[in-house]
Write a protein that binds this ligand. Structure first.
Ligand SMILES: C[S@@+](CC[C@H](N)C(=O)[O-])C[C@H]1O[C@@H](n2cnc3c(N)ncnc32)[C@H](O)[C@@H]1O
Length: 310
C-alpha cells in the first residue's frame, strides 16, 4: 500500500449501518485518511453535514488538504472522548443522525517508521497517535515498574509470556535505553520466540503498549457513551473494532444500553431515565473473503451497529 493511504474497511456495511440520509448530520469520529468520510460525503446533499474528528495532526492535515471548500465538511483535531463537547459547541446534541468509530491505528500510522507503531519498520519508539501530547513509548518503557509492565502486557496484549517479556525488557533497559521499535521487537523475540506461529512474537507487546500510551480503551468507553448522547432518535452508532478487547467493550456497551437497568428489567413501568437508549441493528459483521484478500487489515475487523431509540 502506498504511504499516506488507508483503504476503508467494511465500507458498504458501514454505509448501510449508518443508513445515510442525504440531508443528515453525521460524525466520523476517526477520520484517518477519510475513506469512510468521503463515501458519506458522496451520499450527502448540500443540506447534509459531516463533522470529522481525529487526534492525529497528520490525519487532520490530510483532511484539510484533500477535502477543500466543502461547506458540508469540517475536521476537528481532538479526542473522541470529547465528542459531546465538540458537538455541543455546534448546537447539535440530539441532532446527529449517525456516528462512526473505526477504531485503532490507521495504515499511515503503521506504515510510517517514524511514528514508532511498527515492529517491522525501525523507528523511534513513539506510538503516540498525537505526538504532541502524552508520553512516548520509549519514555514510558524507561520508567515503568516490572510488575506494571507485566500487567499491561497481560491485560492489553493478552500476552501469555507477559512475565518473561517484562523481565527481559527491564533487564535490557539496564544495559541501554530502549529507543527504537526494532530494539524492542528483538528483546521480545529473544525472550518469547514465536515457535511456529505466523504472528511476529512482538505483536501482542506492541498492541499492549500502544493501547496504554494512547489510553485507547478509556477513550473508547467515553466515546461510546458520548456518541449515544449526541444522537437523534433513530440515529445510528456504527463501531468497527480490530481486537477482542475493543470488541468486548463495544458489545457490552451496546448490550447494556439496549436493555432496562437491571432493577427495572421485566417491570411494566420503567422511568424514562432507566429505559434502554439503544436497540441493536443486526448481528456483528465481518469482512468477506474478497475484502480480506484485497485488504489484510480487514481480517480482524468487526462492525456492530445500534440505533438510538429515545
Ligand atoms: C482505523 S483509522 C480510521 C480510518 C478511516 N476510517 C479511513 O477510512 O481512512 C483510526 C483513526 O482514528 C484516530 N483515533 C484513534 N483513537 C482516537 C481518539 N481517541 N480520538 C480521536 N481520534 C482517534 C487515529 O488517529 C486514526 O487516524
Amino acid at each position: 500500500m502506498e504511504n499516506g493511504t488507508h483503504v476503508p474497511v467494511l465500507l458498504e456495511p458501514v454505509l448501510e449501518g449508518l443508513d445515510v440520509v442525504a440531508s443528515g448530520c453525521y460524525v466520523d469520529a476517526t477520520f484517518g485518511r477519510g475513506g469512510h468520510s468521503r463515501a458519506i460525503l458522496d451520499r450527502l446533499s448540500d443540506a447534509g453535514r459531516l463533522i470529522a474528528i481525529d487526534r492525529d495532526p497528520a490525519a487532520v492535515a490530510s483532511a484539510n488538504e484533500s477535502i477543500k471548500d466543502d461547506k458540508r465538511f469540517e475536521i476537528i483535531r481532538g479526542d473522541y472522548a470529547e465528542l459531546e463537547a465538540f458537538i455541543a459547541a455546534r448546537g447539535l446534541v440530539g441532532r446527529v443522525d449517525g456516528v462512526l468509530m473505526d477504531l485503532g491505528v490507521s495504515s499511515p500510522q503503521l506504515d510510517e517508521a517514524e511514528r514508532g507503531f511498527s515492529f517491522k519498520r525501525d523507528g523511534p519508539l513513539d506510538m503516540r497517535m498525537d505526538p504532541g501530547t502524552g508520553t512516548s513509548a520509549a519514555s514510558w518503557l524507561a520508567a515503568v515498574e516490572e510488575k506494571e509492565l507485566r500487567r499491561v502486557l497481560k491485560t492489553y496484549g493478552e500476552e501469555k509470556s507477559a512475565a518473561k517479556i517484562a523481565r527481559a525488557i527491564v533487564a535490557a533497559r539496564e544495559t541501554a535505553p530502549l529507543k527504537t521499535t526494532v530494539q524492542l521487537a528483538d528483546v521480545v523475540a529473544a525472550a518469547a520466540p514465536a515457535h511456529g506461529s505466523r504472528k511476529h512474537p512482538a505483536t501482542k507487546t506492541f498492541q499492549a503498549i500502544r493501547i496504554v500510551i494512547n489510553n485507547e480503551l478509556g477513550q473508547l468507553e467515553d466515546g461510546l457513551r458520548q456518541a449515544v448522547n449526541v444522537l437523534a432518535p433513530g440515529g445510528r452508532l456504527c463501531v468497527i473494532s480490530f481486537h477482542s478487547l475493543e470488541d468486548r467493550i463495544v458489545k457490552r456497551f451496546m448490550r447494556d444500553e439496549s436493555q432496562e437497568t437491571e432493577q427495572y428489567r421485566g417491570m411494566p413501568d420503567v422511568p424514562a431515565e432507566f429505559r434502554p437508549r439503544l436497540k441493536l441493528v443486526g448481528k456483528q459483521r465481518a469482512a468477506t473473503a474478497d475484502e480480506v484478500e484485497a485488504n489484510a487489515r480487514a481480517r480482524s475487523a468487526r462492525l456492530r451497529v445500534a440505533e438510538k431509540v429515545a
